[in-house]
Structures are given as structure tokens and as C-alpha cells.
Design a protein around this ligand. Structure first.
Ligand SMILES: [Zn+2]
Length: 75
């Protein structure tokens, strides 16, 4: 039997885009609705690599030279 399941789910409503949750996903960018949402998801992934919680970047505190300490003595 050659029973190809075609069109069986064609009438089913496609799931909504997980990013904007407003528009249904498209075949081209699924599971997103558009390239934009796909990009957003990608950025979330990439961004997550840098935004690791609990690992703050070490910031060097350079003490600014105070001009008040240079010309002292004027009365
Ligand atoms: Zn979307």
C-alpha cells in the first residue's frame, strides 16, 4: 500500500512562533515565523554565552590623578 501522508496535517494550525508568540511559524523559518524571530533566538543563544550569571567581569579600578594634590601650597 502506498499511503503517503500528504495533506493530512495541512489543515492543522501551525504552532505559534515561540519568540513573538503572535504569528504562526512558517516552513522557511520554523519553528519561527520570520528570519527576525530566528535571529532573536540565535542572539539569545549567543548572548547567553557571554551573559553567564555569577561570573562578573573583573574591572580594574584606575585611580584618577587628582589635580588638587599637585599644586598644593598656595595660601
Ligand atoms: Zn515570531
Amino acid at each position: 500500500m502506498n499511503d503517503e501522508s500528504s495533506g493530512a496535517e495541512s489543515k492543522a494550525v501551525p504552532p505559534l512562533c515561540p519568540i513573538c508568540r503572535l504569528r504562526p511559524q512558517t516552513e522557511q523559518y520554523r519553528p519561527f515565523c520570520s528570519k527576525r524571530c530566528a535571529d532573536i533566538d540565535l542572539h539569545r543563544w549567543l548572548g547567553g554565552v557571554y551573559a553567564i550569571p555569577g561570573k562578573p567581569e573583573e574591572e580594574e579600578d584606575e585611580t584618577p590623578a587628582s589635580p588638587d594634590d599637585a599644586g598644593g601650597g598656595s595660601r
